[in-house]
Design a protein around this ligand. Structure first.
Ligand SMILES: Nc1ncnc2c1ncn2[C@@H]1O[C@H](COP(=O)(O)OP(=O)(O)OP(=O)(O)O)[C@@H](O)[C@H]1O
Ligand SMILES: [Mg+2]
Length: 511
């Protein structure tokens, strides 16, 4: 077996303790080059990568794997195990990876102080330096600004093995992938080309399947109605036959047997009607059974409205005098007077490492909003925090939990799988936090990189909901497309010297 082919044969998998298996009978082949892995939050993309590299074993079927393989985690909680070796190795490949991903010389041993974008780049640089036969990247563009994304794309183009790329970034998937696996548990389907081509094919297939399914459904209904008609006709004839039999028996003058012959004809007709009814019923069942072949996906309603949000009646939701914040050793973020009014929507922008999250953490305790009316979704939520958030949500009274789960479902993920989960996925937990925040009627929504980890339908729903929401917002994001439909004010961070970052306030113009 060459060292760059991965094959799934009829793979099934269930997380321990889960009521339902996540995957059933998944088959797919991954050769050299990049395969995109796409699907909703909680669909099982991370699980599939961990099966691919052998961290998880399938409960059924087989996986043929290259010998050398590496998984680059979606989370940036922990440093890769070989950071030190990477920095100490003087080989050309290590230097190349450091240059390609613009890794700072002083990053070794500073994991906790690195921004999430910097952690991502370091994770990927180490993986590319290892150059395994199978490289599984889990959402590599989260946290990265535009220039860093371009740098990443070029670096990934140079990889020569079998690459699996989980991402919600359509540009990256289209630029890099020769095929995409669409994960819709319990199944998954491979389609050629980038994600846009695959989504188009999926739409065409679903339209065709729906048409075929509708026509089979109507045929089944027609056959059933016709069968019923014949049955009733047969019953009417049987009743007439019965009456005639009585008469014929009573007819002493039927010497030539005319009445009896008529009777025989009638009996024949009602038997024929019965046979027809049976044949039509059979056809109805066949048409009904054929519907299973069309694989029409169940669609769930998405989209919601922040119906419980309202503008704060206070004069302002934030007022902080001009000042400065330390950004690690020898660097400072300098800001002017900062103010957010109840109807303001602020976009906080700036390249990786300019201190957006530091500023949000500083402001966290300074908002002029009662805690229960503040919805704060941080940039990263650790695995342990995620489990706690879900455990707390499970304790809500039934009607409250129902309300939250409806919001969760309308962001495009399945509540059943979430409530069944021991470890909610990063996208699931963000949607859950949002749903919980919405239920409390926010006066201010603060989100740090809201589109990270979120699937495409989730991003669209969020954008629509925020656009219509009557409350103040502070949104830190690299995603200008997302911000452009929402923001009214921009707070932009820019490094004016190696030691100094400045915050500039201006009306929002799309960047
Ligand atoms: N250790 C676990 N035990 C039980 N359930 C789990 C476990 N890990 C994940 N799950 C559940 O399995 C499903 C798939 O999770 P997975 O992390 O693979 O999703 P994903 O597609 O990567 O989601 P995202 O886009 O948010 O990263 C989810 O519903 C998740 O809550
Ligand atoms: Mg995942």
């Amino acid at each position: 077996m060459p060292d760059d082919i991965l094959r799934f044969d009829s793979v099934s998998f269930a997380h321990p303790g889960a009521a339902e298996p996540l995957f059933r009978g998944v088959s797919a082949t991954f050769g050299r080059g990049w395969t995109g892995i796409v699907g909703a939050n909680g669909a099982g993309k991370t699980t599939l990568l961990r099966i691919a590299v052998g961290e998880l074993q399938p409960s059924g079927g087989t996986v043929l794997r290259p010998v050398s393989r590496l998984y680059v985690a979606q989370r940036t909680d922990d440093p890769p195990p070989d950071v030190r070796e990477f920095f100490e190795s003087g080989d050309a490949e290590a230097w190349q990876a450091r240059i390609d991903l613009e890794v700072g010389d002083d990053w070794e041993g500073r994991w906790d102080a690195l921004s999430h974008g910097e952690r991502k780049r370091l994770q990927i640089a180490i993986a590319l330096w290892r150059s395994p036969g199978l490289l599984a990247l889990d959402e590599p563009t989260n946290h990265l600004d535009r220039p860093a994304r371009a740098v990443l794309l070029e670096a990934l183009r140079r990889y020569r093995g079998a690459g699996l790329l989980v991402s919600h970034d359509r540009e990256l998937l289209d630029a890099l992938c020769t095929q995409c696996l669409f994960v819709t548990p319990p199944g998954a389907r491979m389609r050629p080309g980038g994600v846009s081509a695959g989504m188009e094919q999926d739409r065409r297939e679903q339209t065709a399947a729906r048409t075929a399914d509708d026509s089979a459904k109507h045929a089944a209904e027609r056959y059933r109605a016709a069968a019923q008609e014949r049955r009733e006709e047969g019953e009417r004839m049987a009743a007439r036959t019965k009456a005639k039999t009585k008469n014929a028996k009573a007819n002493k003058w039927d010497h030539d047997g005319k009445a009896e012959r008529r009777l025989a004809k009638l009996t024949g007709k009602d038997a024929w009607a019965g046979k027809q009814a049976a044949a039509l019923s059979k056809r109805a069942s066949r048409a009904q059974a054929s519907r299973a072949e069309f694989h029409v996906r169940k669609e769930f309603a998405v989209g919601f409205w922040l119906e419980d949000a309202e503008y704060s009646r206070r004069n302002f939701v934030l007022r902080v005098p001009a000042g400065s914040l330390p950004l690690g050793p020898g660097r400072t973020l300098v800001h002017p007077d900062l103010e957010i009014l109840p109807r303001d929507r602020v976009a906080l922008t700036g390249p990786n490492g300019t201190g957006k999250s530091t500023l949000l953490r500083f402001l966290r305790t300074r908002f002029n909003v009662p805690e229960e009316h503040l919805t704060f979704v941080p940039q990263e939520i650790t695995a342990a925090e995620s489990a706690d958030i879900l455990a707390d949500a499970r304790k809500l009274p039934d009607d409250r939990l129902g309300f939250v789960m409806t919001r969760f479902s309308r962001l495009g993920s399945r509540p059943g799988r979430l409530l069944d989960s021991a470890q909610p996925s990063p996208g699931e937990v963000r949607k859950l936090l949002l749903a919980l925040g919405i239920a409390r009627g926010p006066h201010l929504v603060v989100m740090d990189e809201p589109t990270n980890h979120m699937d495409l339908p989730g991003i669209e729903c969020l954008e629509e909901a925020l656009a219509a929401a009557p409350c103040a917002m502070l949104l830190s994001s690299h995603d200008e497309r997302f911000l452009s439909g929402l923001a009214t004010v921009r707070w932009n961070l820019e490094a004016v010297s190696p030691e100094r970052v400045e915050l500039d306030v201006s009306p929002y113009e799309p960047g």
